[in-house]
Every structure is written in C-alpha cells, then in structure tokens.
Unconditional design. Structure first.
Length: 380
C-alpha cells in the first residue's frame, strides 16, 4: 500500500520564519510576509499536486482565513488536489454542513476531505457564541457526525439529542464520493467519538512510543464499535540534502523567535483545555534546550505556534527513515508543512518522496504535468 501525503495551506499567512498562532493565540507578525491570497495559496496547491501530495489541510479558527471559502476558491485554480477542510461542528448546523459538503464534492470533482475540530479552547468558542464546556462539545460532535453520516447515506433523519435536534432532515443530492472524515483528540471522550465516526484518526507529531500508545488505544475502542480506523500524523518538516543543512535551517528559525513572543505564546497556550496541546507543551517545556526529543524530531515549532509543534529535521534519507518508523507503527497518512510552504513543498517532494518511491512505500497518485519549456526566440 502506498503511503498518503498531504501538505498544508497557510491561510494564516506564510513566511521564511515560523508563523505562530492557533489554539486561542493570534497569528504572529511574520504571517504578513506572504499574505494568504488566493493567488499565493493556489501556487502552493499547484505545486503540491504536481509533486504528488494527495490533499492539503486548511486550519480553522479566529487566527486564519475561513477554510470553506478559501478552499472553494483555490479549488478553481487547481485540478486534482483534495482539500482537508478543518471545521468546527458547533458553528454550523449538521444538515447545512452535510449540504455544503455535497455541494463542494460536486463543484470540485470530489476533492473534499473533512477535518472535524471540536475546539479545545472555551474562550475562543465563546467568541463565536458557543458556551458548552469541552466534554459537552465532544458529545455534540458525536451527535453532529451521526446526523451528517446518515444524511450522506441518503436517509431521512429525526434526532432529539442532548445538544442537537433535527426533524425530517434530508439531502436532495448526496455527495459522491462521501467525504472521508479525519478526527483528532487525546481525551477519553475524544477517543470515543473517533472510534464511532472517524475514517482517519490524526495525531500530532509525538515521539513514536507515544504515537504507538495512541494507535493501540483507538484501535481497541474502534474494535469495540465493530469498526477499523486508519491513522495519520501531523508534522512540520525541514529536509535538506545533508543533515547539517537541515539543522542549520532549524537553528535559523529558532534564532528568529523573539523571547517576548515565546513567553506570550506559551502563556496563552498554558490555558488551553486541549489534552493534545498539553502533550505538545510537555515536549519542550517552554525551553529552547533539548528540543530534539527523538532522533530527527524537533519540538522547536511549538515554542511559538499552537497545535502541531514538532518537525522532522534531517537529510532526505533521515526524514524518509523517520517516516518508515512511524509507518511501522501503523501510520498511513502524513500531513506535513514547512516554512515557507511553497519552497519546503519542493524540498520534501523532490528530496524525500523519490526515496520512498524507490523503497516501494510511495507512488505518485497522478502523472505529473509536463513542465512548460521556456520560450526562446529564434536568432535571426
């Protein structure tokens, strides 16, 4: 089976420096270096699909552009790339969300994937008018996905749940294909929802031993539900021709972290209710020392960015080896990003993917577009 690789659309802005933000913290000023215009994001999308990435994740929250609107626009400037759209169930009705997904599938040629984000920060949720606590939000997410999946199957849904109520809900046209549901969460109630409704369980880039524990946990819960779940991991990446070059780039990024920004971001993230975010913070403890927490796994990104805070750093061969290590645990899908996202996509796509292909672990999902030859005028 070929591994699946996704890239990331930086709808909070891009830069040659790390753009912080997420989990209730604002995007850092570096996000203004390359604003997230449709033109720039479309450049990244076209590069990703040519290089062999299957999809691209777009984040959700107050710190970035809206994922639904942005990907709908970018989809019109790309051909094959799928869009892993992050959205929060509490912000839209389940019937409307099911309808939006069906419309997206028809208008994009079946290129929608859904990343369900329950929302780990109550203070940010309240800004959107959502006043449930975290566990209640997960229970609502379960009801939401129950309704959406039933609608996608063509059913008529009546549900009077703890948090959601619909009567005679039905779609005029169901999506074809039905979007795959990606879901993450490290708390007990999150595991229950993932086991019942997720197609792919996503974890942030923790060391392999911790990832193995998560996989075993979700597999057991899914088996109790009579289901199987695939597994993916969300990481940043810094890959170069040599290990020294890659670590020099990591050191350059680290040198650009303003101490006051680090303190401010860490203070903001410390009040996060997300178990996954707590686990990310524990990997570095707010310190610049000892950031290589496993061979080629660097926790430096998490000093200034919420959510995914670790990166694979090393030569192309080393990064490929770490991917094989995670794959051995059961990871089939990888969601990567890097700064800046356009250039780093090429470093990974031209440096790591051919090595994985040579080992039989990956194959290009499409025939790459032929490159346009430069137009050189004939000499007279």
């Amino acid at each position: 089976m070929s591994l699946t690789f996704h890239w990331f659309l930086p709808t909070n802005g891009d830069s040659r420096h790390v753009v912080g933000g997420g989990h209730g913290t604002p995007a850092t000023p570096s996000g203004r270096d390359r604003p997230p215009t449709v033109a720039y994001l479309s450049q990244i999308a076209r590069a990703a699909e040519d290089l062999g990435f299957v999809g691209a994740l777009t984040p959700t929250g107050a710190w970035c552009e809206d994922a639904w609107l942005t990907t709908a626009m970018v989809s019109q400037h790309s051909e094959r790339l799928k869009f892993l759209v992050a959205f929060r169930p509490g912000f839209v009705s389940p019937t409307l969300a099911a309808q939006m997904a069906a419309t997206f599938q028809r208008q994009s040629g079946g290129r929608l994937l859904l990343n369900v984000v329950t929302g780990g920060e109550s203070h940010e949720q309240r800004a959107y008018g959502d006043f449930l606590d975290k566990d209640a939000r997960y229970r609502r997410t379960g009801e939401f996905l129950h309704i959406v999946r039933a609608l996608w199957e063509g059913g008529t849904v009546d549900l009077a749940g703890e948090h959601l109520r619909v009567e005679e809900a039905r779609l005029a046209r169901v999506p074809d294909p039905v979007p795959q549901v990606y879901f993450g969460g490290s708390s007990p109630v999150a595991g229950e929802v993932a086991a019942r409704y997720a197609d792919v369980y996503l974890t942030w880039g923790e060391p392999p031993a911790q990832v193995a524990e998560k996989i075993a946990w979700i597999r057991e819960l899914a088996a109790e539900e009579g289901r199987t779940v695939r597994f993916g991991i969300r990481l940043h990446v810094i890959t170069r021709d040599t290990s020294a070059q890659a670590w020099a780039e990591a050191d350059r990024l680290l040198a650009g972290f303003d101490p006051q920004t680090v303190r401010s971001v860490q203070a903001g993230l410390a009040r996060s209710e997300s178990e996954g975010q707590r686990r990310m913070l524990a990997l570095h403890g707010g310190s610049r020392d000892g950031l290589e927490i496993h061979p080629n796994l660097w926790a430096g990104i998490g000093l200034v960015r919420g959510g995914a805070g670790t990166a694979l750093v090393g030569s192309h061969e080393e990064v490929a080896e770490r991917i094989r290590e995670y794959h051995t645990l059961g990871i089939e899908e990888f969601v990567f990003s890097g700064y800046p996202h356009l250039e780093e996509a090429y470093w990974f796509g031209e440096g790591v993917l051919p090595r994985l292909a040579a080992q039989g672990l990956w194959r290009h999902p499409h025939t790459p577009r032929p490159q346009q030859a430069a137009q050189v005028p004939f000499a007279s």
